[in-house]
Design a protein around this ligand. Structure first.
Ligand code: SF4
Length: 299
């Protein structure tokens, strides 16, 4: 059995950077509180917890005196509130997300109704919307009914959506709403790193007869990777750890592909590959054991 890793998988640069920022913050200032998980991955969250980075859900839960904003970013209100409470703020917002926030802020300032193609309850989307002073909205269905007060519309995407799905959203949005606006601005805020992972996953699916997608079940982009592979017609399993691999999945497989979401650490991917090799070895020796032995020659 051949084990193939996707050409692009695992931690994106924004997540690597955020982890470094919070780790060095904890080294410098002692324990810190992170506003939400630094990444959507329980393995990383546990590791960071051991290094003094605790997850809190709101400023009122902060005990350390230092609060970290994760790669997903937050609205300006958090900065104001943190300073009002006398908290030190460590900002690990991904620079690509920051660009989205700035674009959103400028567009609403210029009179646009801002529409984000994305999940309204995703932390990054909530963070970008927080810069729009209530003049932005997030939708997944381009035919959702939307109020467009000044006939000026701007479309942005959640960074982890694929370029392809954003293009489709834009086309359907225009077809449905043409006539309701005079001006349309489109800013492609999809993240090239995520897109690279989707492309690599499709390539991998074309070459594999089983795919394992490694990553937190609460990670939107890991779930999307799993959907992409399954959509290509390959049996796909979304797992968080190597321990979840069922030996039965591997029976009769020639090529097993492994990919991982942008929040999955290298260790989790390596562990999955190690476990696959081990199960393959066990499978081979089991088959050898069961092979009928040639009859002993008569003497
Ligand atoms: S997926 Fe892209 S936008 Fe999101 S944190 Fe990673 S690099 Fe930044």
């Amino acid at each position: 059995m051949k084990i193939k890793k996707a050409s692009a998988l695992g931690f994106c640069f924004g997540v690597r950077r955020a982890i470094e920022v919070v780790e060095s913050g904890a080294e410098e200032y002692g324990p810190i509180d992170s506003l939400g998980s630094v990444v959507h991955n329980p393995v990383v969250v546990d590791k960071l917890d051991n290094k003094g980075v605790r997850v809190v859900q709101g400023l009122e839960q902060v005990e350390s005196g230092t609060i970290a904003v994760t790669a997903h970013g937050r609205g300006p209100q958090i900065v104001d509130e943190a300073s009002r409470r006398g908290l030190r703020l460590i900002d690990a917002t991904c620079p690509i997300v920051r660009k989205s926030q700035k674009a959103a802020q400028k567009l609403v300032h210029d009179g646009f109704k801002l529409i984000i193609y994305g999940e309204e309850d995703h932390p990054e989307v909530r963070g970008v919307l927080a810069w729009t002073d209530g003049k932005g909205v997030a939708i997944l269905d381009p035919e959702s009914s939307i109020d467009i007060p000044r006939r000026k519309v701007a479309l942005l995407s959640q960074t982890t959506k694929s370029e392809e799905s954003f293009a489709e959203f834009v086309a359907r949005f225009v077809a449905h709403n043409i006539g309701r606006f005079n001006e349309l601005r489109i800013i492609n805020t999809t993240c090239p790193e995520t897109d690279e992972r989707y492309h690599a996953a499709r390539e991998l699916a074309a070459e594999s007869d089983l795919i394992l997608v490694v990553g937190g079940r609460n990670s939107a982009n890991t779930r999307k990777l799993a959907q992409t592979c399954a959509g290509a017609g390959v049996e796909t399993h979304h797992i968080e750890t190597a321990g979840e691999i069922e030996p039965a999945w591997l029976q009769g497989r020639e090529v097993v592909g492994v990919t991982a979401g942008a929040s999955t650490p290298d260790e989790s991917i390596d562990e999955v590959v190690r476990r696959l090799r081990e199960l393959d070895r066990q499978g081979k020796s089991e088959r050898r054991r069961r092979r009928p032995q040639p009859a002993a020659a008569a003497t």
